[in-house]
Write a protein that binds this ligand. Structure first.
Ligand code: URA
Length: 433
């Protein structure tokens, strides 16, 4: 078999066999296939697409390139959720302990933020001493004892994805449906879960800008999950507006804790409740309505907060942050961004908000860049809110005040103010099963 023939076959719009896909992934991981041939194949896939069968074969080849975990030592049903990436998306911090507090186990491996999107592992690391790298038996032990444990993906998890993603990032081939679907599901399927709930974001802050594209991506990922024998459902959720008010790691941890204390922002709470309900329902806990009631009760009663606290302690973190936010990293400087006109905050460019937070130090441009956990943005006003000229619409947080000018410019150019009150679309736009 020659990789040249595989590239040509895909370039001409033909379907690759499982053997050809395995040959490519194995050869690329071993270093036998150079980056220039791998990028040519990614570009051919970008233009010609893949069938569901090809995408499933690619997903399984990516999964099988590294360690495939065995969670059979976990007592009970194991459920996971995964977001395709957004701005201010701290749902895992709320959803995972909520579901665990209701008896479904969450053994979660999460990623780090990249570009305008954040990552759960970075958010958790904002909690002093929180350890996201645990040996497997300790990880399983915490899942059994507390109900939930969230760690980073080990170096040995789907190494083909790490190599391919870095290549796609510099060859303009990230936003390809089969490549995104196989990248996400290749990692998800390397973990040993019974239930997978996908939060496919749609809109200006996500990879998929249109609902139709998000739905297609969701259908591909749900199809892969089912072919791999997992109960899989996807919700298509809005990312035209950042979720909640906080963007940036420690700021988002505070917002997640407030939500677990029953003081959550309406939009953020709605998405958390929907995802947690799906996880419980697919795990066979009860009917849909009852699952939703259980979730709401766990959030109001403090049951979910108690589980979050136990998880922080079990993972070495300082759980006192729950009562005392001053124990979380706090930026030295803040800067108020003021409305440049009177009117309604119109649709915002959510990716721009993510990039503004990144420029303050909250995110990373390249894998491995350092981040500032305290940096970020608090949104005082969001789409649909009325503002008078000069009102504070957001507060920027940074440890270097010279970063504010650029961040403010990015923020304001992503914000439109108009006379017409904008129509808000539902937060949960569709469900794919
Ligand atoms: N997240 C991933 O893990 N992979 C992609 O390709 C896009 C988003």
């Amino acid at each position: 078999m020659r990789v040249y023939d595989i590239i040509k076959k895909k370039r001409d719009g033909n379907t690759l066999s499982k053997e050809e896909i395995d040959f490519f992934i194995n050869g690329y991981v071993k270093g036998d296939i150079p980056d220039y041939q791998a990028s040519a194949l990614c570009m051919a896939i970008y233009f010609k697409g893949m069938t569901l069968e090809e995408t499933t074969d690619l997903t399984l080849a990516i999964r099988n390139s590294g360690e495939v975990l065995d969670f059979s030592a976990v007592n009970g049903i194991r459920a996971d959720k995964h977001s395709t990436g957004g701005v201010g998306d701290k749902t895992s911090l709320v959803v995972a302990p909520t579901v665990a507090s209701l008896g479904v186990k969450v053994a979660k491996m999460s990623g780090r933020g990249l570009g305008h999107t954040g990552g759960t592992v970075d958010k958790l690391e904002a909690i002093p001493n929180f350890n996201v790298q645990l040996p497997k038996d300790e990880f399983i032990g915490i899942v059994n004892e507390v109900g939930v444990c969230i760690v980073g993906q080990s170096a040995d998890l789907a190494p083909a994805d790490k190599k391919l993603y870095a290549l796609r990032d510099v060859t303009a081939t990230v936003d390809s449906m089969p490549l995104i679907a196989s990248s996400i599901m290749g990692k998800k399927l390397a973990a040993d879960d019974d239930v997978i709930v996908l939060d496919v974001k749609t809109g200006s802050g996500s990879f998929m800008k249109s609902v139709q594209d998000s739905k297609t991506l969701a259908e591909i990922m749900v199809g892969i999950g089912k072919r791999a024998g997992k109960k899989t459902v996807a919700l298509i959720t809005d990312m035209d507006i950042p979720l909640g008010r906080a963007i940036g790691n420690a700021l988002e941890v505070k917002e997640a804790i407030d939500t677990l204390k029953g003081k959550g922002e309406k939009d953020f709470l709605e998405v958390c409740i929907a995802l947690a309900t799906e996880m419980l329902y697919l795990s066979g806990k009860d009917d849909k309505n009852r699952c939703e009631m259980l979730v709401k009760d766990a959030l109001i009663s403090g049951k979910a907060l108690k589980t979050f606290k136990a998880m922080i302690s079990a993972q070495g973190g300082n759980a006192e942050v729950i009562e005392d936010f001053s124990l979380l990293p706090t930026a030295k400087y803040t800067h108020s961004v003021k409305a440049t006109a009177s009117g309604y905050i119109d649709k915002v460019n959510t990716e721009g908000y993510g990039l503004s937070a990144l420029s303050l130090g909250a995110g990373r441009n390249r894998v491995g860049d350092n981040i500032d956990y305290s940096a970020g943005i608090i949104l005082n006003k969001k789409t649909g809110d009325w503002v008078n000229k000069g009102d504070v619409i957001a507060v920027l947080h940074a440890n270097n005040s010279s970063l504010f000018k650029n961040a403010e410019e990015i923020f304001l150019s992503a914000t439109q103010i108009s006379e017409q009150k904008p129509m808000l679309r539902p937060l949960i736009l569709d469900r794919v099963e």
